[in-house]
Design a protein around this ligand. Structure first.
Ligand code: ATP
Ligand code: MG
Length: 584
């Protein structure tokens, strides 16, 4: 599909999984048309993929063009005068709206986002004259610095337009917590506008333009929502990715960054990362020089680098949070407390237990203040009550923190951390072997990635072998060099799960591209209905990608029904069930 909005993830194909969340939010967005959806806060630990998910939701909603208009705004972490902020917020919305209505994605990234006159001109040009009034109103409020009026116009604009035009809009606001911290009443930026978010008290109740908010400081965001916007938002927690999606992500990144993995290390990476997309992506993007992701030893070295070295992306990212928090609560005791909670991972401790265990000479009030700041800074988590606290359930953050502070507090040798990684991998390897013993675990679940690998790295060399185990190929067919070998997600139909397992585009025009489907079921054979279904997908992809010369290919581990086999032969769709395709 055409991704109208440039996503930060980079190549759109890198986006993996999040099937459950996409299904949930696509339905939530669809339900806006029935006025059933309530404003929601997407909450998750840092770097869990909140932004990636929101941006993808924007693109799918934009592309679907099915009665809900998407608006995405990120409050930046930069000080801004409230008038400039309101103008930016308002015009970003107006341009996204114009882009949607005119079906011209170019407006998502306008050359000039500060000129009201130009915006009015464009609105007229696109036949959206009804926008002129509100744009003029905003321009007037900006010119006369009528701050309260301006913030009302800007904040309410999506709701106002939806209501007047009888339309529906989904408003996604990322980094929502900065609304109360980065905007200033005065041009000199001395007087913080720390009540702006409160304006959403009524706006967030809208059912025709509900909000989906998120932010990278979850403790802070929660605090803000609870204090300023009580009962206005539902909370949707975004968890770690499930194991199959995490492994799929490993294979995708492996292909994309040309960094091979083995079936075993793919499992180890997904497990050690605990399904965090950030850890998986950091492992593949690591600056560590001798990168080897085919052995547990190589993997340990990368993780050690990422955790302990100042160039490690994981360490750099986490230290940003740690530094911010300890700027506010900078004392040895706070660090001691965090280390102590790590030692009791999985358990919640009360303030009394913390005071007693560590022999702290401080009052309960002072301790509460300190703990609140640590929670707000995402260094620890609140337990089931305000009196209880726990360590974040993340094995890598824990090591970064200990790597930096444990020596200062307890004279600790950081080489222990390397040993801990090595021990974790030993344990995971044993798990992996047990799984393998059960059935051919990986080959079953990830057959398509093994075939993608085969096509990408070895198909030309193995041309004759692969041809001999694949039926119905054209006479003049040869495996060739492919410009791109990829899984293909056909996103407009995303919610219905339309995708193509294999998409290998031939590098040279005269060669055949391959568009394929992989089924790794143990018993049920590939049916004629499935073959018909596949043929339809094949035609759409050929059309979408403007490919003339392509071979359809079905790999089905459990074989084909007689009817399917005949149909494929008649249509020239290549078939195989031979496990040799899965490498090795
Ligand atoms: N579904 C996904 N598929 C592939 N990569 C992903 C996915 N989700 C996130 N990532 C990668 O993980 C990293 C973190 O993602 P993202 O920035 O979206 O998280 P976030 O929760 O918004 O982080 P923050 O807490 O900093 O706002 C990025 O490098 C992103 O490319
Ligand atoms: Mg984010």
């Amino acid at each position: 599909m055409d991704y109208a909005f440039k996503e930060r993830i980079g190549k759109p194909e890198l986006f993996t999984g999040r099937k459950e969340e996409l299904a949930y939010f696509l339905k939530w967005i669809d339900d806006i048309k029935e006025e059933k959806s309530q404003s929601t806060a997407l909450l998750a630990r840092r770097k869990m993929g909140k932004t990636a998910l929101s941006e993808r939701l924007f693109n799918i909603t934009f592309f679907k063009n099915d009665g809900v208009i998407p608006f995405y705004y990120e409050v930046r972490e930069a000080k801004m005068w409230v008038v400039d902020f309101c103008q930016d917020f308002f015009l970003t919305f107006i341009y996204q709206y114009i882009a949607f209505k005119s079906r011209k994605p170019g407006y998502l990234d306008p050359e000039n986002r500060s000129d009201f006159g130009k915006t009015i001109e464009i609105a007229k040009q696109e036949g959206l004259d009804y926008l002129c009034g509100i744009i003029e109103g905003a321009a007037h409020a900006v010119a006369h610095e009528k701050i309260d009026i301006l913030w009302n116009i800007a904040r309410e604009a999506p709701k106002t337009i939806a209501s007047r035009q009888k339309e529906y809009i989904v408003q996604m606001i990322d980094e929502f917590q900065f609304l109360n911290a980065m905007i200033y009443w005065d041009k000199d930026k001395k007087n913080p506008a720390d009540t702006l978010a409160g304006g959403y008290l009524s706006t967030a109740e809208s059912k025709i333009a509900p909000l989906l908010v998120s932010g990278s400081w979850v403790g802070w965001l929660m605090n803000l929502l609870k204090k300023m916007l009580p009962a206005r938002f539902r909370y949707y927690p975004l968890e770690n990715m499930p194991q199959d999606e995490a492994i799929e992500m490993v294979y995708k990144y492996s292909q994309f960054f040309d960094t091979p993995v083995t079936e075993e290390t793919a499992y180890l990476i997904a497990k050690i990362a605990e399904g965090s997309p950030f850890y998986i992506s950091s492992i593949f993007r690591s600056l560590y020089k001798r990168k080897d992701l085919c052995t547990a030893k190589g993997l340990t070295e990368i993780l050690e680098f990422e955790t302990l070295n100042n160039q490690g992306n994981i360490k750099l990212t986490w230290m940003e949070y740690v530094n911010a928090a300890f700027n506010k609560v900078n004392d040895r005791n706070a660090k001691k407390i965090v280390l102590h909670l790590f030692k009791h991972k999985g358990h919640e401790l009360t303030r009394k237990e913390i005071l007693d265990d560590l022999n702290l000479e401080t009052s309960d009030e002072k301790l509460e203040e300190k703990m609140e700041a640590l929670v707000k800074g995402d260094i620890i988590e609140q337990g089931v009550s305000n009196y209880r606290y726990r360590a974040v359930g993340d094995n890598i953050f824990d090591k970064v923190f200990r790597g930096v502070y444990q020596d200062e507090i307890e004279h600790f040798d950081v080489s222990v951390i390397k040993k801990e990684y090595a021990r974790s991998f030993e344990k995971l390897k044993r798990q992996y072997r047990r799984l393998q013993g059960k059935y051919n675990y990986q080959k079953g679940y990830f057959a398509e990635y093994l075939i993608l690998d085969e096509l990408k790295y070895r198909a030309r060399k193995n041309n004759e072998v692969l041809k001999s185990i694949t039926r119905n190929l054209p006479e003049d067919f040869n495996f060739c060099a492919y410009e791109k070998v990829w899984r293909y997600d056909f996103a407009p139909e995303y919610s219905r799960g339309f995708n193509i397992d294999i998409f290998a585009r031939a590098a040279a025009a005269g060669d055949y591209s391959i568009i394929g489907e992989v089924k790794s079921r143990d018993t049920r054979k590939f049916s004629k209905e499935e073959a018909l279904d596949f043929e339809r997908k094949l035609e759409s992809v050929k059309k979408q990608e403007k490919i003339e010369r392509a071979v359809g290919f079905i790999f089905s581990r459990s074989g084909f029904t007689k009817e399917a086999e005949e149909y494929c032969k008649e249509k020239g769709i290549a078939c195989s069930e031979n496990e040799r395709w899965l490498g090795g």
